[in-house]
Design a protein around this ligand. Structure first.
Ligand code: HEM
Length: 443
């Protein structure tokens, strides 16, 4: 029967692997996705590799990734549980709760836009204090973007030099990033904030996701349900997940945007010309996006080339499936290789260059591109997409309305290193020059 045929259909091809190491020794450990891309050139858009003893099926190229995540959503739309260390992703109820709350506090909501604008102005104030000296863009953007999550989750922000939230020392080492992440999302610190919110909870005046969670739990308990997913451990994981998923990703993308502007000053000129012409010195708002096609194209191209989530997150084959003529067994880990979509040579005119015209037609109108999938696709696509796109737009336009970004002294444009280490720009320092003012001292 056809069932038997499926059962014994061929598994996706792949390179020879060693018994224990699998194909690990073949991977470029700094940029594993690069090796995965190269392997797809040899073995095609669907292939098998072994990460140690673990079998992984890699999906490569726009057509295959889209077909798997959208047309075979039931088969490939599930998260690989084995690789997730906590409960957040196990509770469907929790995912739905987090999604609803991200929408209420983040997505398309004017209140959230105001929060983002407010935070952006705190950032501008801090950047101004450098008066044209080189500053560490990683540190400041990390603080600013975590504050957006803070506002949504706790209902309040923290100063960038707040020792409790951002850590006691602002050490300028390559550790800063990790250091701050740990303290921002640390268990102890989060628990402290939670108990404060719990004590001051007013179910009629919701300050953020935590309040929504606590209110929901109260009402469930009120109706006698005590074994729901709404317990402390899950709340903690939800929060820590939001920081983990929503901070580095967005902060890193904004940094790439500023770095591309410093690297390609003529493109920066064109963005600033468009901003001056269309909105002048008034605050940019998401509504303005449709009137700013070049700026919008630059932001999209930044996300494409930044490629900050090159392998998405692991999915799993939900059942035995025959896909593109190959058999994939239930439970197999599946990697949608988003890098292969964002750099797909049959989709993009100049896949390996920073080329904003990918998103413009001949008349200079913005055009959407199918293969623009930095947030993945299908039912597991990033739930923070709406918030992230809002943050990217407001931060990049507002910063470019106030400053011109250049490499630090002694570094030429051509010397700016655009090769990422694990998706993160290696360049930390940028110089921000104030626009439209001769001096830093006269405001
Ligand atoms: C430029 C910014 C961002 C990018 C490129 C990005 C990209 C992604 C990608 C590729 C995934 C995996 C999708 C899949 O498995 O198919 C993901 C998952 C996720 N993202 Fe984002 N993300 C960004 C910002 C955010 C923000 C701001 C938040 C929340 C505040 C967020 C929350 C999440 C969560 C909770 C998941 C896991 C969802 C699940 O397990 O189903 N992300 N993101």
């Amino acid at each position: 029967s056809s069932f038997c045929f499926h059962k014994f259909g061929k598994e996706p091809p792949g390179p020879k692997s060693l018994p224990l190491a699998g194909n690990l020794l073949q991977l470029d450990l700094r940029r594993p996705w690069k090796t995965l891309l190269e392997l797809s050139k040899k073995y095609g858009s669907l292939y098998t590799i072994y990460l140690g003893p673990k079998k992984v099926v890699v999906l490569a190229g726009y057509k295959t990734v889209k077909e798997a995540l959208v047309n075979y959503a039931h088969e490939f739309g599930n998260r690989d549980q084995m690789l997730i260390m906590n409960e957040f992703n196990q509770g469907y109820e929790m995912r739905r709760f987090a999604l609803t709350n991200l929408r209420d506090f983040g997505m398309g909501k004017r209140a959230c836009e105001d929060k983002i604008i407010e935070e952006c102005h705190h950032l501008i104030g801090v950047i101004k204090k450098f008066k044209g000296e080189a500053f560490d863009s990683a540190l400041l953007l990390y603080c600013a973007i975590s504050n957006i999550i803070c506002s949504m989750v706790y209902g309040s922000r923290f100063d960038y030099d707040d020792p409790v939230f951002f850590g006691k020392k602002h050490k300028k080492t390559h550790q800063t990033y990790e250091f701050h992440k740990l303290s921002a999302a640390s268990r102890k610190h989060t628990l402290g904030l939670l108990s404060h919110l719990k004590e001051t909870l007013n179910p009629d005046k919701c300050r953020g996701v935590v309040d929504a969670f606590l209110t929901r739990r109260q009402s469930l308990e009120g109706s006698g349900i005590t074994n729901s997913h709404f317990h402390n451990e899950n709340l903690l994981h939800t929060i820590m997940n939001l920081f983990a998923a929503g901070t580095d990703t967005t902060a890193t993308t904004v940094r790439w945007g500023l770095l591309f502007m410093a690297r390609y000053p003529k493109i920066q000129d064109k963005v600033q010309e468009e901003l001056r012409r269309v909105i002048g010195s008034r605050q940019a708002q998401v509504e303005d996006r449709k009137n700013l096609p070049f700026t919008n194209a630059v932001i999209h191209e930044t996300q494409r080339v930044a490629n900050i989530s090159p392998v998405s997150l692991p999915h799993v084959a939900h059942k035995d499936v025959t896909f593109q003529g190959h058999f994939i067994k239930k439970g197999t880990t599946v990697y949608p290789l988003l890098a292969s979509v964002l750099f797909d040579e049959s989709e993009w005119e100049h896949p390996h260059s920073f080329y904003p015209a990918h998103f413009l037609d001949k008349e200079g109108n913005f055009v959407k591109r199918d293969a623009f999938l930095p947030f993945s696709a299908g039912r597991r696509a990033c739930p923070g997409e709406g918030l992230a796109r809002m943050e990217l737009f407001i931060f990049i336009t507002t910063l470019l309305q106030h400053f011109r970004f250049t490499p630090q002294a002694g570094v030429s444009q051509d010397e700016l290193d655009l090769s990422p280490a694990m998706g993160i720009p290696q360049e930390r320092s940028l110089i921000a020059l104030r626009l439209g003012k001769d001096s830093w001292d006269h405001q």
